[in-house]
Design a protein around this ligand. Structure first.
Ligand code: ZN
Length: 287
């Protein structure tokens, strides 16, 4: 019996480790130096898979937990910046995919924080990614139950900092764009943690029985993204906003903070919308 249990747990961890099985995932999950982006906002993620720490006098907020294997990188980064894991009070997520929420269950365990999630992603998070409209059961992650269910426009406040959850669906049904204001010196910056607008390979935007309203959802997402004021442009993959390049320029003492990039944000949204419209057109031309 004991052997059987050992075997079963080995199989379970093998399934979870699959997140790191391919070279792309591994290249996304390299450790990088943590740093302060602006005001009370810090980068604690990996090379491409992002995670953000928002510090306040009443504890901290952590946005995204990466792969299962990113959790130790995030924990080390928080400590390296001089913050305590147990001071993280609230966990948030961008969207319920294994490369962004895989580490959250572990991070919840070590911090004791409460997890708040968008209503339309919460069931998928609680199922550990099973029954995803695209992945089915093949990209699971440790399930995580939301302590608070968020709806479009809801806010999360801690120690004087407020984050707003904007439902920007399509990439997942509950895909969330977070916004906040960061203060530095006498300036206040509008920060946007932009949702992924990527239409993954294999996703149909028309005649999709698993997600019939997907095209309308993406259209809503682009409307919302275009309406948001943005100074500091961030997202769930560093590649969306040239995070590595900007971090390097910041480290080398750039006079203007490279993360202040309103044009980069506009370009990102326009690029995403163009690709989406092209795919809709192509599908309609050849149903
Ligand atoms: Zn994703």
């Amino acid at each position: 019996m004991k052997t059987l249990i050992t075997l079963l747990s080995l199989l379970a961890s093998a399934a979870l480790l699959h997140a790191q099985a391919d070279p792309t995932s591994r290249s996304w999950n390299q450790p990088v130096e943590p740093y302060r982006i602006v005001g009370n906002l810090y980068y604690v993620g990996a090379s491409d898979i992002t995670s953000y720490l928002i510090t306040t006098p009443e504890g901290h907020i952590l946005l995204d937990g990466g792969f299962v294997e990113t959790a130790p990188i995030i924990e080390a980064s928080i400590k390296k910046l001089g913050f305590k894991l147990e001071d993280v009070k609230i966990l948030l997520s961008s969207h319920a995919h294994f490369d962004h929420v895989g580490g959250l269950a572990e991070l919840k365990r070590v911090t004791g924080a409460k997890f708040a999630a968008m209503d339309r992603d919460a069931p998928l998070l609680a199922r550990g990614g099973k029954g995803d409209f695209l992945f089915g059961d093949k990209d699971p992650f440790p399930p995580i139950q939301a302590d608070r269910i968020l709806h479009d426009g809801d806010t999360v406040t801690l120690g004087g900092t407020t984050l707003t959850a904007h439902l920007t669906p399509g990439h997942t049904m509950g895909n969330t764009t977070w916004t906040m204001k960061a203060k530095e010196g006498d300036r206040t910056y509008d920060v946007v943690f932009a949702a992924s607008t990527t239409v993954l390979p294999g996703v149909r935007l028309t005649n999709n029985p698993k997600y019939p309203e997907i095209a309308e959802d993406y259209a809503k997402t682009f409307r919302v993204l275009k309406s948001l004021p943005c100074d500091v442009f961030l997202g769930s993959h560093a590649s969306f906003f040239d995070g590595l390049g900007k971090a390097d320029r910041l480290r080398k003492g750039a006079k203007e903070n490279p993360f202040v990039d309103p044009q980069g944000y506009k370009d990102y949204v326009a690029r995403g919308e163009r690709k989406y419209l092209e795919q809709v057109r192509a599908e309609r031309a050849k149903p």
